[in-house]
Design a binder for this molecule. Structure first.
Ligand code: CO
Length: 212
């Protein structure tokens, strides 16, 4: 009987262990001792955007949170917990929001089809469209509009990240923490830096700035 994809996973795991141990006999001992990643990655759940792999990092180097369309939603306890742990316990130096062209979540947000429960998640992306309506409505080529929407979604998520109490408190305590926005291109593997970087809250609209 042909081995199923599922069954093959255990074999692949064994092979991976073997390779790791050949390259570095202490690998698992080191891993078991703890982690001190310098980067928190907030990315899309899409199977084609494996965080560690596309930036060539090893286990232990990147703390990862992924959801549909790499959103930073302020009521999302999952995201907040990951962010809090990364910033306040692991003391990461960088947080990256990485979107990707061809994102199904962003595409869904451009249309009007209902997909069920996920519509309520996608709504957050529709807000991004509304904020940037003037720019997006002027792009008549659908694929160009889609690409720009993906980029603007990342930019907004970086702003949302900067607005969280967790990030602003870190800055208030003079913790070194930079946040960045990237887009990954599925068609050639390249990461595009959107040059939206924050390391303090001075560029946030005044109404969002938290003071003691
Ligand atoms: Co996606």
């Amino acid at each position: 009987m042909e081995k199923s994809f599922y069954q093959s996973l255990f074999e692949k795991n064994e092979k991976w262990i073997e390779k790791r141990l050949t390259d570095d006999p202490d690998f698992f001992k080191r891993m078991a001792r703890g982690q001190s990643p310098q980067l928190l990655w907030i990315g899309c759940a899409d199977s084609r955007v494996p965080a560690n792999e596309i930036i060539g990092t090893e286990p232990g180097e990147v703390f990862v949170h992924r959801n549909i369309a790499n959103l930073v939603v302020h009521t999302d306890m999952n995201m907040l917990s990951v962010l809090d742990y990364a910033v306040n316990v692991l003391k990461v130096k960088h947080v990256v929001v990485c979107g990707h062209y061809g994102c199904g979540g962003v595409q869904a947000a451009m249309g009007n089809k209902s997909y069920g429960v996920i519509d309520n998640w996608i709504r957050h992306i529709k807000d991004v469209y509304r904020f940037h309506k003037d720019e997006l409505d002027q792009i008549h080529q659908e694929d160009q509009k889609f690409n720009r929407f993906v980029e603007l979604n990342v930019v907004e998520q970086v702003f949302d990240l900067a607005k969280t109490s967790i990030v602003q408190n870190a800055w208030k305590n003079d913790q070194k923490l930079s946040i960045h926005g990237w887009v990954y291109s599925l068609s050639d593997g390249k990461i595009i830096d959107l040059n939206v970087n924050f390391n303090n809250n001075s560029e946030l609209h005044k109404v969002y700035q938290l003071k003691n």
